[in-house]
Write a protein that binds this ligand. Structure first.
Ligand code: FAD
Ligand code: SF4
Ligand code: SF4
Length: 464
């Protein structure tokens, strides 16, 4: 296929994640806009134009270098790992000052603030919450510590980078930017063809990502909290519950008309929707980078028994950048950070769910696409049908659930509550639960050893 056409395949196939890199590479031919029919940013491409540059930067285009090649060039001296990405150090811990305002250990808010305080950057590009029901979170450029703290916590909500990257282009300075793995990959590729961005972006700071969510997800949670999405302002996906475990957090939503009225829903009530793929973009089912392999530094939740009991939250962090290593070491010594070294195995175990889905389940999804003779982005794992009947059933159920949640929410949207949504989800949910129950009882008999799982997480080439 003509390389210039790669990005059209991505968009037509439904794999666009809305990062906005293509619109920065070719602004005259591409716009990235919110598609209200799916609640995701999507690229809109003009007809009859050459798209060589855009195809080079799109994270799902086969003309974009993969994470392994990018990582090898970026971090040549780091310890190689085809699961974690190359790394210099692996730690668990928290930042004393920002633990309470962060999603997990507050490591990212702390690092961004530190980069500003120590004059390593002039501005930070991160994601801020808003009061606007049509855009509940967006990328923003900030240059004060208080603004960095205001933007702490995870946004499980679609955002796009075009406007902030345009800002960088137009305003000289040194920047750090936060992002999920596919956004960092796109930005690395963009920096290769854009010397201005390359010179001005000094640090790419990553968040481990299990999946993105459509904007429908926030609206659905608002309804679960008993409010009306059209009259709800600020939401927070990660309000800590200091009386529970670290993973017992809340979703909170603030009534726009009565700001004292803040309603919440417990993660224990809604948590299983992550495994079921509620409101997940298709792209996330065809993504093999869990650990933001091209970011300089990455943080994730410490979902390990040893850290879960502390409701204030711990982060696991991977560093790949020599200058950041100096900052981490110094700040650990002076007590700003509480950090302990951890082995590779612990990090991998903490993201077992994401890795099962993205390194093992992905093989089967690639197989299905190939069997149907559908175009699919080239991945670093190969397609395979060699899975148990049960495992395949769970993958099918997840895909069904993913599609159904979008469909069901569109039916619900013009009405209040979640009754229509729940009714439409009843059968897929039942199937998914039955399959999972069988799978759980299967696992009770013989638990797969972590070493066996890790062997399956390794990359084994390309799907074609
Ligand atoms: C979509 C998504 C999926 C995730 N999936 C997982 C997972 O499967 N497993 C796991 O362990 N962790 C996952 N995380 C990361 C986790 O939720 C925490 O963000 C991470 O532990 C860092 O916490 P912290 O306290 O150090 O960060 P904080 O101190 O809270 O700082 C977070 C920083 O990231 C910025 N930010 C928040 N959301 C976004 C976004 N969408 N895009 C770009 N920047 C953003 C904020 O503005 C802030 O600067 C996910 C995060 C996101 C956004
Ligand atoms: S570069 Fe990003 S926004 Fe553009 S088509 Fe690819 S995924 Fe979509
Ligand atoms: S799962 Fe992959 S494709 Fe989906 S948002 Fe996360 S990094 Fe991007």
């Amino acid at each position: 296929m003509n390389k210039s056409e790669q990005i059209r395949q991505v968009v037509n196939g439904g794999y666009c994640i809305g990062c906005g890199a293509c619109a920065v590479a070719q602004p005259e031919s591409i716009q990235v806009k919110m598609d209200s029919g799916i609640g995701l940013y999507q690229a809109q491409i003009s007809d009859g134009v050459e798209l060589d540059k855009a195809s080079k930067v799109c994270p799902f285009s086969d003309d974009c270098s993969d994470e392994t090649l990018l990582g090898r060039d970026l971090f040549p001296d780091a310890t190689p790992s085809d699961i974690l990405g190359n790394y210099s150090s692996l730690n668990a811990g928290y930042a004393v000052e920002t633990q309470s305002c962060g999603s997990s250990g507050g490591m990212l808010a702390w690092l961004l603030k530190k980069l500003l305080d120590e004059n390593k950057v002039d501005a930070v590009i991160c994601v801020e919450p808003t009061d606007n029901p049509d855009e509940r979170f967006r990328y923003t450029v900030v240059s004060s510590s208080s603004d960095v703290l205001r933007c702490a916590k995870s946004a499980y909500y679609p955002v796009t980078m075009t406007h902030v990257l345009e800002h960088v282009r137009q305003n000289e300075g040194r920047y750090a930017i936060t992002g999920i793995p596919c956004f960092h990959k796109a930005l690395r590729a963009l920096r290769r063809i854009d010397p201005v961005l390359n010179e001005r972006i000094h640090f790419q700071i990553g968040l481990v990502c299990g999946q993105m969510k459509s904007s429908f997800y926030a609206d659905y949670l608002i309804r679960l909290a008993g409010l009306d999405p059209a009259h709800t302002g600020r939401v927070c996906f990660r309000e800590k519950n200091l009386e529970g475990k670290a993973n017992h957090y809340f979703f909170t939503a603030q009534d726009l008309d009565d700001k004292e009225n803040v309603q919440r829903v417990s993660n224990q009530f809604i948590g299983s929707n992550w495994a079921m793929g509620y409101f997940k973009p298709l792209a996330c089912d065809f993504c093999d980078d869990v650990f933001a392999e091209t970011a300089d530094f990455v943080a994730m939740d410490a979902w390990l028994p040893k850290y879960l009991d502390d409701s204030r939250g711990y982060s696991l962090v991977i560093n790949r950048h020599p200058e950041l290593q100096g900052i981490l070491d110094k700040s650990s010594r002076n007590g700003e950070l509480v950090l302990e070294k951890i082995p590779e195995m612990d990090l991998i175990a903490s993201q077992k769910g994401g890795l099962n889905h993205r390194r093992i389940g992905l093989r089967y999804r690639l197989f299905l696409k190939a069997r149907n003779k559908e175009w699919v982005p080239t991945k670093r794992v190969s397609s395979s049908d060699d899975h148990t009947f049960l495992f395949k059933g769970i993958q099918h159920a997840r895909q069904w659930m993913r599609r159904k949640t979008f469909e069901a929410y569109l039916s619900q949207r013009g009405h209040s509550g979640v009754e229509i949504f729940n009714r439409k989800l009843k059968v897929p949910l039942l199937v998914f639960r039955v399959l999972n129950r069988i799978s759980a009882s299967d696992r009770l008999g013989e638990q797969p050893k972590m070493e066996e799982l890790i062997a399956k997480y390794h990359l084994n080439g390309r799907n074609r």
